[in-house]
Each structure stands twice: as C-alpha cells, then as structure tokens.
Design a protein. Sequence first.
Length: 89
Amino acid sequence: DMVNVRCCVPGCSSLAAFGYEGGVLQACSLHQLDGHVLLRSKRRSDHPKGRCARVGCNLTAAYGSRFTRTRRHCHLHKTDDEVSLYARK
Ligand SMILES: [Zn+2]
Ligand SMILES: [Zn+2]
C-alpha cells in the first residue's frame, strides 16, 4: 500500500507524493527531484469536484474561504474561517 509514505528528506515529515515513474514514493512536492512524477494523484489531488476536501469524505462541499470563494469542505469539516458559499450570491 502507498498510504503514509514519508518524504525521504531528513527532517521533512510531509507525505511523499512523488517518485520515478513505476517506482516507489520518495519525496513530497517540495523535495521532488528531476524526473520525479506525481504518483499519488489518484488518491489525493484528483478529488471529485464539489466534494469535501477531507480525505474519505464524500459530502458536498458548501463551505470555503470568503476570499477565494472556493468551496472546500462540507458542514462537518469546515474550518473556523470558512463560511457557507451557498447561502449568498
Ligand atoms: Zn519533503
Ligand atoms: Zn467533509
């Protein structure tokens, strides 16, 4: 399983998402090397549009930053600075 592989750079605790094509996860997005490709896109970045950004949550995203107007979380996972973006125009 590719879950919870950490970046190989000492002191970096980010999850690894990059590695050589067909290889194993080695580095986070900050520490990716030349030739590395995104290997975790299916699990994290390809999040269904309009869905909560919390991994494993499939609820409709209705809350997000009032500044970016991007909906990111459902009502269960909204953060303190996120507001409902459905209620107003
Ligand atoms: Zn790293
Ligand atoms: Zn959620």
